[in-house]
Design a binder for this molecule. Structure first.
Ligand SMILES: Cc1ncc(C[n+]2csc(CCOP(=O)(O)OP(=O)(O)O)c2C)c(N)n1
Length: 805
């Protein structure tokens, strides 16, 4: 314990002893939390349990080196770390285990996440940022193994940006000169995921302050390392990443999970290198154990040998730490036993307090419901049947009181009293309404920002033009608008494949790197998952990244992170974390199976929680970027791939005009049919409308522009009231985004009231588009298809005026 010994010499033995015993106390409390947590789940008080037993000691070492302002991006084993940093109390851990839907009792997710999905609050209740440098930060965990890795890159990269971009020196609430480390944790088996390798490489290239700890217990549930990792040893096979005198790379450290002094040394070394020099470090913590097996879903005796189980028992990190304490005369067995005993008592007290706090409001609701149902037993003709509902409710109350049971009982009671009217029934209905309202907040709030910066609150500013406004290629409008954004938001930065040196494959960023430097406008490797991760992580630390995914067709490479991480972040923290990241991509309408895609249904359905914008031209796109920069929400903007060279008038208020979200536009008025579309198909629909007009069919063309949010002012229904006919057109698969639009208009806007013809959709074929002009013509809707479809609808209405073609 060389470095430590030196430090010990500078402090008194009593201080040292007290620090060590405090560490021992914390790991004992954490272990007891795991043991009792499992029992709570097995006795039915929680639905699922997963715990950090066996991984405690290394986390103590990590916690010692983790400083205010740092960020953790980890996974479900890290309870000891969170407890040690004071960022989660044991009572809060149990609150999560029970699913206590109250952000004050369970501050990590307000009961929305299963236990052991750790998180701190970056935002105040009103959505404004807290001072992140004054607190320990943890990005909110997700269950998807290795899903924490891409964002870890961004969290670490933010430090580099804050350190090197002098224009950000005043933003001291986010960074202290870029001195913050992003600490990642991952299980050994999850290093098999592509995300891990991609993140590792990206951070090595970027040279950022990131320390990845791999908790290695040789298993991934039941699957042994020999099926997971080449040579069964992740640090061994990653040796090529080790930096040397000539080449930058990683510092790789291997250490045993039960060896306290070695762990302290390892983490101190890692911290020093990462914090000072911004060099990424990987710490492979081996010989970890899992005393209770993977989770409450199974037992490890099924797949671990007797020898392995015995070894895990012998090398349990608490036991080994205890031995070290005794061997070094820091304490004795009796004192350690006492610490353990007190820990057990303490955890039990917190557990009971958490259960009581969780139960109290539910029991009160149950009592209210029960009393009202009681009244109805005596009053209703179906009293005997209601009585059995009440008995079931009372039984549930004893076994496992929850809101689901209360609601089920109330609804069943109301069904049994159909046509009967009693004051108790009225009260029951009222209370149901009130609770529905409260449960909306408990379980369904914050899918989008509810702050003053919510995207929907950003006011429209129309583009304005000089009288002799020049007609330019669309990409020039985009480029000049990005120039304004980069100029007025020092915290903004753009990156992606080919975005830097050449300014993007379609030159929407031409010259921007020269003007703003490589830190602000940069090239990345071909690695969409971590391009996204860079964006998420940096946005979580107060920067305003614009991450480019070169083509819409490659969005799938980062779709997991968009769907699981970005789109859920605000919701899963009940509004206490945000990542206002803009993802810029281009799609629709080139040719071939790729470079022509428009899988909007997939995107819409996977990304609830984000804004999905599909501007028909570059002025609209630029307006969306300006709106998004003024808001605090994440968004995907899909530019039209074939629109960069089309001429558009140059506005004179670049950087200022704002396209509103959720507001469609009628681009052509008509009385016979409403055609709803977006993106590149808008131009095709518009052409078809011209052709139809020649035959006296007047189509009203609506450009949706924004699929999420969708037509918030219900413009479409106004059009439908006029035309009584509607066609939805896009180039997604049948039943894709057109089905979404149909549902919105028919169900939400009650479109069925105003229909004289059946509502129709026109989409691409179910297969990917074939190559070439002919492939395109026969795969995707074209002007002829739209004409034919509308004409057939009009023929059905009035065959004599519109005879069959
Ligand atoms: C992407 C993904 N695949 C599968 C799972 C199911 N799963 C949960 S934990 C786990 C094993 C992880 O093992 P490891 O990374 O070694 O971490 P440990 O649990 O051993 O700490 C698996 C397969 C998941 N959560 N996410």
């Amino acid at each position: 314990m060389s470095a430590k010994t030196q430090e010990i010499n500078e402090i008194t033995f009593e201080d040292f002893q007290s620090a060590v015993l405090n560490d021992y106390r914390i790991i004992c409390e954490s272990r007891e939390t795991s043991l009792m947590g499992r029992r709570e789940v097995l006795s039915g008080k929680g639905s699922f349990g997963i715990f950090g037993d066996g991984k405690e000691l290394a986390q103590i070492a990590m916690a010692r080196c983790f400083k205010k302002g740092d960020f953790r991006s980890g996974y479900y084993r890290d309870q000891t770390f969170m407890i040690a940093k004071g960022e989660m109390s044991i009572q809060q851990f149990f609150a999560a285990l029970y699913g206590h839907a109250d952000i004050n009792a369970e501050p990590q997710s307000g009961g929305r996440q299963m236990v052991a999905h750790f998180s701190t609050q970056s935002l105040n209740e009103d959505g404004s940022w807290k001072n992140l440098t004054k607190q320990n930060n943890s990005a909110s965990d997700i269950s998807c193994t290795a899903g924490q890795m891409p964002r870890l890159v961004g969290l670490a990269q933010a430090s580099k940006i804050y350190r090197q971009n002098k224009d950000l020196s005043t933003r001291t609430e986010f960074s202290n000169k870029g001195n913050e480390i992003a600490w990642g944790t991952i299980g050994n088996a999850s290093t098999s995921e592509g995300h891990f390798f991609e993140a590792l490489n990206a951070a090595g290239v970027l040279q950022i302050p990131m320390v990845i700890s791999i908790w290695d217990d040789e298993y991934g549930i039941s699957v042994h390392s020999r099926h997971q990792t080449t040579k069964e040893n992740i640090s061994e096979i990653l040796k090529g990443f080790q930096r040397d005198k000539k080449k930058k790379g990683y510092e790789i450290i291997k250490v045993k999970g039960w060896d306290y002094p070695a762990l302290i040394n390892a983490y101190e070394k890692a911290e020093k290198i990462a914090r000072k020099e911004h060099i990424p470090v990987m710490i492979h913590v081996v010989e970890m154990t899992q005393p209770q097996g993977h989770s409450t879903s199974g037992s490890h005796e099924r797949y671990k040998s007797k020898e392995r189980l015995q070894w895990e028992d012998d090398f349990d990190c608490i036991k080994m730490f205890g031995k070290w304490i005794i061997n070094n005369n820091i304490s004795n067995q009796e004192e350690l036993d006492e610490i353990r005993k007190v820990a057990k008592k303490k955890v039990s007290t917190y557990k009971n307090a958490a259960w009581k706090a969780y139960q109290t409001p539910i029991v009160a609701e149950l009592q209210t419901a029960s009393n009202l149902i009681d009244d109805l037993i005596s009053q209703s003709n179906n009293g005997v049947f209601i009585k059995s509902i009440k008995e079931q409710l009372d039984l549930d109350a004893k076994l496992n009181p929850n809101r689901k049971n209360i609601f089920t009982a109330i609804k069943a009671t109301l069904r049994l009293t159909l046509g009967e009217n009693y004051p108790a029934k009225e009260k029951l209905k009222q209370i149901l309404d009130q609770w529905n309202h409260e449960n909306q907040d408990r379980y369904s709030s914050h899918l989008h920002s509810e702050s003053e910066w919510a995207a929907k609150k950003v006011k429209e500013v129309a583009p304005t033009y000089d009288t002799n406004a020049e007609e330019v290629d669309g990409r020039i409008i985009l480029k000049d608008n990005f120039d304004c954004i980069l100029n007025s938001y020092p915290e903004s930065l753009v990156f992606g494949e080919d975005s830097g040196q050449i300014g993007g494959v379609n030159q929407g960023l031409e010259g921007m790197q020269e003007k703003y430097g490589e830190l602000r406008v940069s090239d990345t490797g071909i690695r969409e998952a971590t391009i996204l991760g860079q964006g998420i992580g940096m946005a979580m630390r107060g920067l305003r990244p614009i991450a480019e995914v070169q083509y819409l067709d490659y969005l799938l490479y980062c779709f997991q992170g968009m769907s699981d991480d970005l789109a859920t972040l605000h919701y899963r923290t009940k509004g206490r974390q945000k990542a206002p990241l803009i993802i810029r991509t281009r799609g629709h309408r080139l040719e071939g199976i790729w470079h022509s895609g428009s899988p909007m249904g997939m995107i819409l359905n996977g990304l609830r929680g984000m804004n999905i914008l599909v501007p028909r031209n570059m002025t609209k796109a630029a307006g969306f970027y300006n709106t998004l920069m003024a808001s605090d929400e994440p968004a995907l903007v899909i530019e039209c791939l074939n629109g960069y060279r089309l001429k558009e008038k140059m506005p004179n208020n670049l950087g200022k005009f704002k396209t509103p979200l959720g507001i469609p536009e009628i681009t052509r008025e008509g009385k016979d049919i409403t055609i709803v579309t977006y993106g590149s198909t808008w131009r095709i629909v518009s052409k078809a409308a011209e052709e139809l007009a020649k035959l006296d069919i007047h189509a009203e063309v609506i450009d949706i522009q924004s699929l999420l949010p969708f037509d918030t002012n219900h413009l479409i229904i106004k059009s439908l009231k006029k035309t009584s006919r509607i066609l939805f057109v896009d180039e997604d698969v049948p039943g894709g985004a057109t089905a979404f639009m149909l549902q919105k208009v028919m169900e939400e806007q009650k479109g069925f009231f105003y229909l004289d013809s059946k509502p129709q959709t026109l989409t691409a074929k179910a297969h990917r588009p074939a190559y070439g002009e002919d492939g395109d013509y026969f795969s995707k809707p074209n002007t002829d298809d739209i004409f034919d479809k509308v004409y057939a609808m009009m023929h059905e209405v009035n065959p004599s005026k519109y005879p069959a073609v």
